[in-house]
Design a protein around this ligand. Sequence first.
Ligand code: NAD
Length: 500
Amino acid sequence: AAAAAPATDEPIQPPVEIKYTQLLINGNFVDAASGKTFPTLDPRTGEVIARVAEGDSEDINRAVAAARRAFDEGPWPRMTAYERCRVLLRFADLIERDAEEIAALETWDNGKTLAQSAGAEVPMLARCMRYYAGWADKIHGLVVPADGPHHVQVLHEPVGVAGQIIPWNFPLLMFAWKVGPALACGNAVVLKTAEQTPLSALYVASLLHEAGLPDGVLNVVSGFGPTAGAALCSHMGVDKLAFTGSTGTGQIVLELAARSNLKPVTLELGGKSPFIVMDDADVDQAVELAHHAVFFNQGQCCCAGSRTFVHERVYDEFVEKSKARAQKRVVGDPFRYGVEQGPQIDEEQFKKILRYVRSGVDSGATLVAGGDRAGNRGFYIQPTVFADAKDEMKIAKEEIFGPVQTILKFSGVEEVILRANATQYGLAAGVFTKGLDAANTLSRALRAGTVWVNCYDVFDAGIPFGGYKMSGVGREKGIYALRNYLQTKAVVTPIRDAAW
Ligand code: NAD
């Protein structure tokens, strides 16, 4: 049943018109210096949605120059914090005004369901902007009680021009997590969007200007990684870099930053997160949560719970029910009501996921559901479940980034801690149990930046997010993200004729 929809469906015409396809530099939408464009594709069909200006190093130079001017000459960093707060609040209101258009653009360009874009991601974008608007006028330093007659102030100042590179899996949320704290702190930004999904960021950036953002404070360059992205990482005029994407690209970004001007870098990278089901768990609930942990967003989540560890006492029942749940998952046109899973982002990811599925079969895991493409056009994949996987199999070690659940059996807490931590990654983990002791032990023992206990994928704006080990450097969201965009300055003055 899951496979039937996309083969016969005629794609639904998205209820939105594409207004912005140029680069946003210094407050204006402009063509790339080279005049080049590239196509952005509809993942439902592989057909071209629009051609978009293709920025490269020349455009990055123009964008960084505009951001530098906006930062060095103002007014943004020198406006009152309350005025910056109000721009971000007005922006959140405009996001809500245009919520339907923004959600439709996101679904069209990315393939995620409209229910998810409209019901979760656009509201989360607005919420995140209001969260950081709230911080804008609450960033203050402190006074240090120094030894001797000195008045010591510590000031928190914006770092300057922030370069930000985002991926295609959550274009709007990545915009929010990066642009929100950077602007709240008074920085200027050059944002490089992912080549697969350039459209929604251009639209919302136009709203930010409507809300009163001065020209040059946010510049958006669409384009490819090795050209536009690398130029941003290497630029001597960029004071800070924030990157989300694959671990391999993160290593390149860090190296380019080091070799240019040692700009500090925060990285949010890949993962192979464990989801642990203990033997006291309500199996029906555990199956449902584990299913969402891995299949959410077509499995294209850095924090996907992609290693499902199940206690041997509930294992057989869990596998049977996970199989049934995956087979019930509704795959189809993401604009259609009731659809749970749309297409993968592009042909490259689609083929890569199917290679992983073949490798799972070849290495001896038991394929219990799915295992093939769904339909005969676009990039749809059947919800796939492997049981009896072993830790050393590729499907249990590498990030698949697709709708593929890998179920592993364990028999004790100590054992599952060792196995769950035996990975280069450490982004997230899930624990499903009624036992307080197991919950406490596992949440402390797991080497991951987030541990969700009896829940998964909870992403409030205030909760810090980021990775241990090769899943990243630094944290986004919450107060932790502010630190990424602030410099710390100590100001020391003698106290003369002190009466104290
Ligand atoms: P990627 O890391 O190559 O791309 C992410 C961003 O980095 C894009 O904007 C891209 O243009 C840019 N980029 C690429 N090469 C660059 C370079 N040399 N210098 C500067 N910027 C560069 O990811 P991808 O190719 O889109 O996907 C590959 C794999 O990455 C996926 O299969 C998945 O495993 C993983 N991924 C992880 C996340 C995440 O949120 N952690 C997001 C997307 C992809």
